[in-house]
Ligand binder design. Structure first.
Ligand SMILES: *Cc1c(COP(=O)(O)O)cnc(C)c1O
Length: 389
């Protein structure tokens, strides 16, 4: 069924939002079928964002792991330092094609807000980014960065003053201004058509991997927050023999309750317009999450991942804060590459996968972003003498 992944996905939204989602679904279907739209997007991804990204054979990390050859898909080299620009550029171009002069978005740590501000500046579209006032205080540099890029940051003072309150405000704004406004969602989550559309835009990652490997690797590993870099990696590999592994944040450990391992420890429910796996209590109250990496700190997950888990096609593992920080340090020392802490979760698991495979096999790990933004966090843990220091 359209926009459904088995029992997951769908549109669990108030009626007032349905016309806007219908218009977006039709607009995207028309754009997707239009060769000129696809060529224009490919042009921006090449000349503005820096695609194709290299597939790098990590010789030293491979030697350390002592097994399969490990390759890094270098999304960290993109403009802005992460895969997020693949999606924001696609949606901003779609918004312009649909005659929208204004984009609204929500952001937690600020990375999606910055990627939205970049794409909108590039295409000459006005953008406003909603951010909880607590998050804005913690991420003041990203707030300033969005301002430099010409975006207006609207801080939200309701509720917990974090991401979920920012999402509510962005949706309220979209509902009231749908004639000239597009809501630019940041991951493969939310009501139809968002999860499928974002997966299409991020699918460029897996398509390039197939071309660069001249076929499918023996395994592919990616981290899972909302799940956009992972679904972009996996989708073009689903019908191959590749072992596919998504890696969630186990935080301080799955037994502590302080983690973001939605698929590993959650159960089905409804959040942000979709049926998916959630971290929730017996009454369906969505639980608090924890991860050393802000980008994985989300109590839901894209509905296609919920389906791929239940079908058994993809295995979902997790890495703790400590394991991620150790992998962050290992990759920096071994290869001279500082990964985002989100991506470091995938690196930790990729080393385990490689170790149990023979030397003739290949493992691709998607390096979703670079780690400059995380150096302060790792330094702070070391100074505190914390685990993984
Ligand atoms: C935002 C982010 C993620 C998590 O988002 P997904 O939608 O799960 O890909 C992972 N890595 C980096 C570097 C990010 O910025």
């Amino acid at each position: 069924m359209r926009g459904r992944f088995g029992p997951f996905g769908g549109r669990y939204v108030p009626e007032t939002l349905v016309p806007a989602l219908d218009e977006l679904e039709e607009g995207y279907a028309a754009a997707k079928a239009d060769r000129r739209f696809r060529a224009e997007l490919a042009g921006y991804l090449k000349d503005y964002a820096g695609r194709p990204t290299p597939l790098y054979f990590a010789r030293n990390l491979t030697r350390m792991a002592g097994g399969a050859r490990i390759y890094l898909k270098r999304e960290d080299l993109l403009h802005g330092g992460a895969h997020k620009i693949n999606n924001t550029m696609g949606q901003a171009l779609l918004a312009r094609r649909m005659g929208k002069r204004r984009v609204v978005a929500e952001t937690g740590a600020g990375q999606h807000g910055v990627a939205t501000a970049m794409a909108c500046a590039c295409l000459g579209i006005r953008s406003e980014v909603y951010m909880g006032s607590k998050d804005a205080g913690r991420q003041s540099l990203n707030v300033y960065r969005m301002g430099l890029l010409g975006s207006r940051v609207r801080t939200v003072d309701t509720g917990s003053r974090t991401l979920k309150d920012a999402i509510s405000e962005a949706i309220r704004d979209w509902t009231a201004n749908v004639s000239d406004t597009h809501y630019l969602l940041g991951s493969a989550v939310g009501p139809r058509p968002y999860p499928g559309m974002v997966a299409d835009f991020q699918g460029v990652i897996g398509k390039e991997i197939r071309r660069q490997m001249r076929g499918a690797p023996d395994a592919a590993v990616a981290c899972v927050g909302g799940g956009s870099n992972a679904i972009g990696t996996f989708r073009p590999l689903l019908r191959t023999g590749a072992e596919l592994v998504g890696v969630e944040a186990a935080g301080r450990g799955l037994g502590t309750g302080m983690h973001s391992a939605t698929l590993g420890a959650g159960s089905p429910g409804v959040l942000h317009g979709m049926m998916t796996y959630l971290l929730q209590d017996a009454d369906g109250q969505v639980g608090g999450t924890h991860s050393v990496s802000a980008g994985l700190d989300y109590p839901g997950v894209g509905p296609e991942h919920a389906f791929l888990k239940e079908s058994g096609r993809v295995r979902y593992a997790s890495a703790t804060d400590e394991e991620a920080v150790a992998a962050f340090r290992a990759l920096a020392t071994a290869e001279g590459i500082i990964p985002a802490l989100e991506s470091a979760h995938a690196v930790a698991e990729a080393v385990k996968v490689a170790r149990r495979m023979g030397g003739s096999k290949s493992v691709v790990v998607t390096l979703s972003g670079r780690g400059d933004k995380d150096v302060g966090v790792v330094r702070g843990r070391a100074a505190a003498g914390g685990e993984g220091a």
